[in-house]
Design a protein around this ligand. Sequence first.
Ligand code: FE
Length: 216
Amino acid sequence: MSGSEHHDHDHDHDGHSDVPSDVALRAKALFSLLADKGLVDPDGVDRIVEAYEHRVGPHLGAKVVARAWVEDAYRESLLVDGTAAVQALGVGGWRDGSRLVVVENSAEVHNVVVCTLCSCYPLALLGVPPVWYKSAPYRSRVVMDPRGVLAEFGTHVGPEVEVRVWDSNSEVRYLVLPERPLGTEHLGEQELAALVGRNAMIGVERVAAPVGDVTD
Ligand code: FE
């Protein structure tokens, strides 16, 4: 459980930031200092930020999920060694030496990911984490009351389903392999990937069936 400060106020999952503004200020001050001393190259930092904001993003994770849905052998390799399986697909270059563990949702188990200590996240597959993922309320509450937090995201998990909360750290990052929605048997890999959003791969939401699709 997190030892960090705990706010009891309600937080808006898509709206305002819970990150104190002094963190942003401190980061800015530190960055200017490093740039002044010639220890970081501001253009290089801009390029990295640009990459994580535009080229790297949840579409990479979605590609992994869709492949796992259509190819059982790939799914198995992903669950055995996530790092290697993701690299085999040519996405998510893992440069920081961390290990990717993929956890699979099913009718029996619902997985959800957090970093109680800070904000560890599979950046290479999902891009920049959402503000709520880094917020103190999410980090502490998802451990104490995962079903309650999931319900706030509109994800209702029945009592018959076991909820597992995975605490990321600098060595291990987690990706949730969501359940393939019913009524998607006719869809190809790219169409399936288009259904998979970031929140489903963190585990706070399920993947919804395509809009307007008729499921039997
Ligand atoms: Fe962290």
